[in-house]
Design a protein around this ligand. Sequence first.
Ligand code: AP5
Ligand code: MG
Length: 243
Amino acid sequence: MRVLRDRPQRRSRSTQRLAPGRMPKYILLIGGPGAGKGTQAQVLREKLGLPQVASGDLFRDNLKRETPLGRQAKQYMDRGELVPDDVTVAMIRERLRQPDAARGAVLDGFPRTIPQAQALDALLAEFGGRVDVVLYVQVDEAVLLERLAGRWVCRGPQQHTYHMLFNPPRVPGVCDIDGTALYQRDDDTAEVQARRIRVFFEQTSPLIDFYRQRGDLVEINGEQPISAVAADLLAAVEGMTAV
Ligand code: AP5
Ligand code: MG
């Protein structure tokens, strides 16, 4: 794990802001498609008791329910492109206003552009919070493709994630946690995967510098086993938000 900031200064600022029970805590996960954002957000959710707010999962849930938002998002998701910022920000705004997010959230896949990051700052300020730590899960392109090729996701509301080789379910085709059937995502075709990876490096990677310059970024080696990545992420969160 490589920490990209002057720790003592950052920690003292966090200490002021995160008095127990007073300030909501917002943790961001950034990484390419297949980097393990969803896998790790589920671990952080369990360990920290904060909800996972995943923009991709929210879009897919809307798609399943055939809402106007889902229909609007589908045309972008099918091409592996980003859904427009105004639509995405409005959806996240509504999600973060739900009571279960009053203490904060683990944000998985949002923001992905500088305007989204700026909108998030404004939104969190309304809630009396701010971005506490940005965890960049770094994985090279070849490994991203290998991860996406073997991924299976469950149909349950939490969209638990498996991998044929690296994290197989106990019973093939069935979620260990909620027993729902596993499926492969529509945007996991080779063509759309390649487009999503390109979009990440072109449109989302500027965010890494944006947060690095603010001193909020922690870079994590995502090419380790799932449990080792999780341990590094938890250590980073504890380092950034300890009171
Ligand atoms: P989204 O659903 O967020 O897709 P993504 O960013 O392409 O990322 P993925 O969900 O594919 O990967 P992940 O990092 O969660 O990896 P996972 O944990 O599953 O977004 C989909 C679409 O929605 C976008 O293309 C866009 O259209 C739209 N969208 C979403 N957010 C948006 C936004 N903010 N703005 C605009 N549009 C937005 O892991 C992958 C696989 O690897 C799994 O099989 C897992 O078991 C395995 N694995 C995980 N970690 C490891 C490890 N350490 N070792 C071995 N295997 C591992
Ligand atoms: Mg995901």
